[in-house]
Structure formats: structure tokens, C-alpha cells
Design a protein around this ligand. Structure first.
Ligand code: DHB
Ligand code: MG
Length: 229
């Protein structure tokens, strides 16, 4: 077992720094703000990315020149809106959501943000939706954001490899989990899902990747950023 981390001495400082940089660098219009706050009406309140993380994902999509993005886990569609704006009116974001309740919240958010035309929201089991998408032989996706049920991370990465080409970027959310990622005996299937997908990436000859730890309003967590060679 790894020693517990005292989070309570630090979260206030992390929050103040997030507030400072968000105030200076991250512009959230009313539609994004409402979408973020509507996370409270989903089945997983507070699981959406933070404003600076949404801005980070949008910057990454733009740096990668992404036109087609695939997202596992829509929730209220907060990150989806950031992506839709990054790809622009001629781009596409396909996003998978399990819960009808969340999908309804997300649809209203897409309308309010004016991005419905760029978004294909599909409701159901992401693994099945991904299989169906693979079978339809779509044009390759430039960027994939895996942010759904963590135990299925390995299945979502496998599907992503069938839906992308060399140069594609694959981002996986919530891979640090308050440091629990280093525990081999956490008894938490979400941690096991992160560790399994990390091994999958480590052993895949066509993937290069790193993991970035993050602190801030969402506590201590992080992202894996992978690229297909
Ligand atoms: C969890 C999932 C998320 O996507 C997130 O951003 C935060 C937490 C979770 O499964 O606990
Ligand atoms: Mg997440």
C-alpha cells in the first residue's frame, strides 16, 4: 500500500491557482457555463472536466488540426462543446453516452451553444456503439477522448485503434485518481481499468504516450496523452 496523501492542506491553493489562470486565460461564454453547471443534473455530478481542462482539450484538438473527434462519455456535454468549437462548423464530434437522462441534458446544452450540427450524440453502451461505428467504416478520427466508465478503458482504447490512423491523438481522463493509480491492490475496478489501459499502451508498438498529473478544482488527477506512430 502507498501512504495516504493529505489533500486538505493543498486543495485550497490548487483552487486559487485554477481561479487565477481561468480568470486570465480561459473564456467561458454563458452556454459553456450553463453546460458545466448542468452537470449537477446528470447521474455523475461534478465529473465533467474543469474549465481549464476543457480549454486544454480544445487547444490540443486545434494543435493536432483535428476535424473529427470521438468522445467516450458525454455526460452533460461540457467537453463536447469545447471540442465542437475546436473543430469548427465543418468538423464533427461523435460522442457516446450511456444514460438517456444525461443525453437529454447534453442535447439542450448543444442547442444553447449553437453546436448541435457538429455533434452526433449516440446513446447506449459505448462498447456496442463503438463496434457499430467500426462496422460503418467511417473516415478516421483525428482525436479520441476516453472519459467514460473506467473499467472499460481497455475496450475503448482497442476500439479507438480501429477508428484512427497514424498521427491520431488519444487522451484518457482520470488516470491518477488521487494517486490510487500506483496501488496494485486498490480493490477499485476503476483503478484496475486505468492500470490495464496503461499496460496496453506500454506494450503497443504503435503508440507513444505520457501521463500528465493535474491538480486544481477537481483535486489530484491526470490525463494520458497518446499518439499513434
Ligand atoms: C470519475 C469519472 C470522471 O470522468 C471524472 O472526470 C471524475 C471522476 C469517476 O469515475 O469517479
Ligand atoms: Mg473524466
Amino acid at each position: 500500500m502507498t501512504p495516504p496523501v493529505n489533500r486538505y492542506e493543498t486543495t485550497e491553493a490548487w483552487r486559487a491557482v485554477d481561479d487565477y489562470f481561468c480568470d486570465r486565460l480561459v473564456f467561458e461564454d454563458e452556454a459553456l457555463k450553463v453546460a458545466r453547471e448542468s452537470g449537477a443534473r446528470t447521474t455523475m455530478p461534478n465529473a465533467e472536466v474543469a474549465p481549464n481542462q476543457g480549454a486544454f482539450l480544445a487547444l490540443l484538438a486545434k494543435i493536432a488540426g483535428a476535424r473529427r473527434i470521438l468522445e467516450f462519455g458525454t455526460l452533460a456535454g461540457y467537453s463536447t462543446i469545447w471540442f465542437a468549437r475546436a473543430v469548427g462548423p465543418s468538423g464533427l464530434v461523435v460522442t457516446f453516452e450511456l444514460e438517456q437522462q444525461n443525453a437529454e441534458v447534453a442535447r439542450r446544452n448543444f442547442e444553447r451553444a449553437g453546436v448541435s450540427a457538429q455533434i452526433d450524440l449516440q446513446v447506449g453502451l459505448a462498447a456496442e456503439l463503438a463496434d457499430r461505428l467500426v462496422a460503418s467504416q467511417p473516415a478516421p478520427f483525428d482525436l479520441v477522448f476516453i472519459d467514460a466508465d473506467k473499467p472499460n478503458n481497455p475496450a475503448y482504447l482497442a476500439a479507438s485503434l480501429n477508428l484512427t490512423s497514424p498521427g491520431a491523438v488519444i487522451v484518457i481522463d482520470n488516470v491518477v485518481r488521487d494517486g490510487a493509480v500506483v496501488e496494485t491492490d486498490s480493490g477499485d475496478a476503476r483503478v484496475d481499468g486505468v492500470r490495464a489501459v496503461t499496460e496496453q499502451i506500454a506494450e503497443h508498438p504503435d503508440l507513444e504516450a505520457m501521463a500528465l498529473q493535474t491538480v486544481g478544482v477537481k483535486g489530484w488527477d491526470g490525463l494520458i496523452i497518446a499518439r499513434r506512430k
